[in-house]
Ligand binder design. Sequence first.
Ligand code: SF4
Length: 372
Amino acid sequence: MNAGTRELMTELQTRGLRLQAPQAGAASRRGGAGPSDHKAVTVDGVTLMVPVHTHGAFDSPFVADAPGADGLATLRHGTIPIAQISFPRTPKFYARQTADGIPYQQIATLHGTDVLATTVLQTCIRYESRRKACRFCAIGQSLAAGRTIAHKTPAQLAEVARAAVELDGVRHMVMTTGTPPTRDRGAQVLCDSAEAVKAAVDLPLQVQCEPPDTDAWFQRLKDAGADTLGMHIEVIGDELRQQILPGKTEVPMARYWEAFEAAVAVFGRGQVSTYLLAGLGDSRETLLATSERLLALGVYPFVVPFVPISGTPLEDHPPPGAGFMQSVLQPLGAMVREAGLRASDIKAGCGKCAACSTLSVFEGAEAPAEIA
Ligand code: SF4
């Protein structure tokens, strides 16, 4: 992929997209955890989650025409056609429901082109208090709107996972969770869910939670069937953590570092990952220095552009500029490559899916002269 396409993808992901035919392809998402207010868009064979419902997206210079009969749509910058794009199709499993009438789509959704994603517990101890809630989080919005259910049971997850593999060929699954008021911080519910899914279908699986109270949970999660683990730092600086995710500061950064080391010993190098949200205040230097420390431990640093979600306290926060993202992702791509922890080697999860950041397209890129 050439530098121009990488730049276009990074810009599209930070500025968003206006759609002439909003219903094209798989439905977009509003609210919830993960890439909310986004839609999956394929550019040059790479699928990205691109904001379509955010305030910024309404002002984006990028516009997609309605797709033609061949599924391709023209992407324009203003009025100038710049690329052909496509939208992943609506998955067949969305048409199904459980015996007790719950649509499968309320239990898990398709992310990117081939990832099944679910938030096992759609409630969170942090979200219940305005003072403690992460200021970017919309976990309660899709629940309040009736688009999902509060607790997906292991049996429901297993049923939907099997259907998504059989009907749509999904290749891996991501299970995240809101944090319950228990010391395991969601690890037990993830163990139960992983066990049920793995008993039903052979599907690589990533589980995601805050660092649990004891490292013994990592082996339990692995034994239950988790192939990879995500523990998400999100923002790094102590002051910034207090501002952006006050409830989560109950778990100090020192615990994250300790937990990463213990988790890599169980899951292996490159099979533990973290999200770092670029654009919320951590500098390029902080993001890169933290990534370097993570890579040295064997943790994949999934740096994603922060995109504000409508209805959250940060809804008017500007997304990072494409220039800032490139200035982080270009050197980070080289660092990841040198550490031998590429996205393509991850067995399951966000880093492998790679739709929420253009990091993976920089992992194969040549470093420019000033960075090399
Ligand atoms: S990177 Fe993770 S959150 Fe983003 S679309 Fe892929 S699976 Fe979903």
